[in-house]
Design a protein around this ligand. Structure first.
Ligand code: ZN
Length: 119
C-alpha cells in the first residue's frame, strides 16, 4: 500500500511549510492528484488520518483531494486538450512528441490552519 508513503510525504511537506509556526492547528490540507497517478483515494484518506492523529497540530486535519485532468500539447500539430486515458502519442496526428502535464502530479497545494492554544 504505497498510499501510506504518500500520506507520509504530504504530512512531511506540510510540517515543513508551517515550520516555525507550531502553534497552528492544521484543519485542511489540499492536494492535487493527477488522474493517472496510481493512488487509491480511500486508502490515502485512511492512511493520512492514521498518521495525522499522532502528529501534533495535525490531529484534526482533513485531506482534501482534487483530481487533476492531465493536459497535453503536441509540438508537431499544435493540438491541445485534456487526456482521458494515458497516451504516448498525439490523439490528433499520432506524433510521438506529446507533452503531458499533470498526469502524475501529487502536489500539496494549500494548507488551512487556525491559531490554537497549546496545552
Ligand atoms: Zn499532434
Amino acid at each position: 500500500m504505497h498510499e501510506l508513503g504518500i500520506a507520509y510525504e504530504i504530512l512531511t511537506s506540510a510540517r515543513q511549510a508551517i515550520a516555525g509556526r507550531e502553534a497552528l492547528r492544521v484543519t485542511r490540507l489540499k492536494v492535487r492528484i493527477g488522474r493517472f497517478q496510481n493512488v487509491d483515494r480511500d486508502s490515502l484518506d485512511f492512511a493520512f488520518r492514521a498518521l495525522a492523529r499522532d502528529e501534533t497540530g495535525f490531529e484534526n486535519a482533513v485531506l482534501d483531494m482534487e483530481d487533476v485532468e492531465p493536459a497535453f500539447a503536441c509540438p508537431d500539430c499544435g493540438a491541445r486538450g485534456t487526456l482521458e486515458k494515458i497516451a504516448l502519442s498525439c490523439p490528433a496526428c499520432g506524433g510521438g512528441n506529446l507533452h503531458v502535464e499533470g498526469a502524475d502530479d501529487l502536489v500539496l497545494q494549500s494548507i488551512e490552519a487556525e491559531e490554537g492554544g497549546r496545552e
